[in-house]
Design a protein around this ligand. Sequence first.
Ligand code: NAP
Length: 375
Amino acid sequence: MAKLNFGGVEENVVTREEFPLSKAQQVLKNETVAVIGYGVQGPGQALNQKDNGINVIVGQRKNSKTWDKAIRDGFVPGETLFEIEEALERGTIICYLLSDAAQIALWPTVKKHLTPGKALYFSHGFGITFNEQTGIIPPKDVDVFLVAPKGSGTSLRRMFLQGRGLNSSYAIFQDATGNAFDRVVALGIAVGSGYLFETDFRKEVYSDLTGERGTLMGAIQGIFAAQYEVLRSKGHTPSEAFNETVEELTQSLMPLVAENGMDWMYGNCSTTAQRGALDWWKKFRDATLPVFNDLYESVASGKESQRSIDSNSQADYREKLEVELKELRESELWQAGKTVRSLRPENQKSAVVSEGSSSTKEVFRKQTLKGEKIG
Ligand SMILES: NC(=O)c1ccc[n+]([C@@H]2O[C@H](COP(=O)([O-])OP(=O)(O)OC[C@H]3O[C@@H](n4cnc5c(N)ncnc54)[C@H](OP(=O)(O)O)[C@@H]3O)[C@@H](O)[C@H]2O)c1
């Protein structure tokens, strides 16, 4: 395992150079990896493992669109695709990739099939860390570990097909066989990770829940909404407010930040932007710091996980969710965004725009989202 310096702090990292695919194949050669669930992570992880020469089967409930998708992706009923319980029986490594709520519901069935020496694999620390809420307490004689790709299952697959790799964290909760490290790292490489960094179950779930409620989704939507509202209330048009709040960020700045870092961005913008951004970032940090502290506390106390379990296990969960999503979708901010996106030249290629045609929004209506679930 390599020790790498991250801004002055040394961390354990496993790279593909030191743990190549050939080693992963060797470690997993006598294993049957059962991927339980074929939602978002399931397809990415199962297909990448299959293409990497790992003996992988899928466990998915029948008579669902997801079962059909697994068939379309090349899994064969009775050979590599089974009902969940049969896959649990056949698998020596159980990749538990149902939704977090479904993991709780199916746990008694899974537990039954965790015979000594098998391994239980997660892609999230949720079920184990909040076991008082989830009831997921594995038997002592199985390995328990996680590989958590830091992104969607869709990206994991796409990047694999492009010869790239998404980075993942890994953690070992229980090493019953003495082989947990080799098994988890081999799986991490086989599912298509670019490299793996070490964590534990608790830290994985705390940082993950904080991140998605914070800068990855919750905080950023909140900041977009606040700035957009101010610009609109001061008389700016929706297109101007959207361009200055979202479009410039996603189209121009973030790709550069991804490549070179925000420090580079600060060094390579106009002097006016630079002066203002240097003056204002600490005010935003100080204003949001108490909110981030509240958020972390809410995660660490189990409040967030309980809320997620309670709401996701209600029978009318999807209907209630749809009401909230509709509100966001129909907000002026994101409706303006839809029009702005449709005006990007790459989205106009196939459109025939005639003079005096109806609204741009209508002309390009069909060209926007493809409806792919990315998770
Ligand atoms: N989404 C991501 O990209 C992502 C990223 C990193 C980590 N993770 C973690 O990976 C794990 C899987 O997440 P995911 O987003 O891939 O899950 P998901 O898409 O929400 O999971 C859907 C799967 O669960 C099955 N399922 C749902 N309810 C069920 C039930 N009551 N009985 C049997 N099967 C049921 C679905 O089958 P049907 O289609 O038949 O309902 C489908 O196979 C989670 O622990 C998650 O936190 C996810």
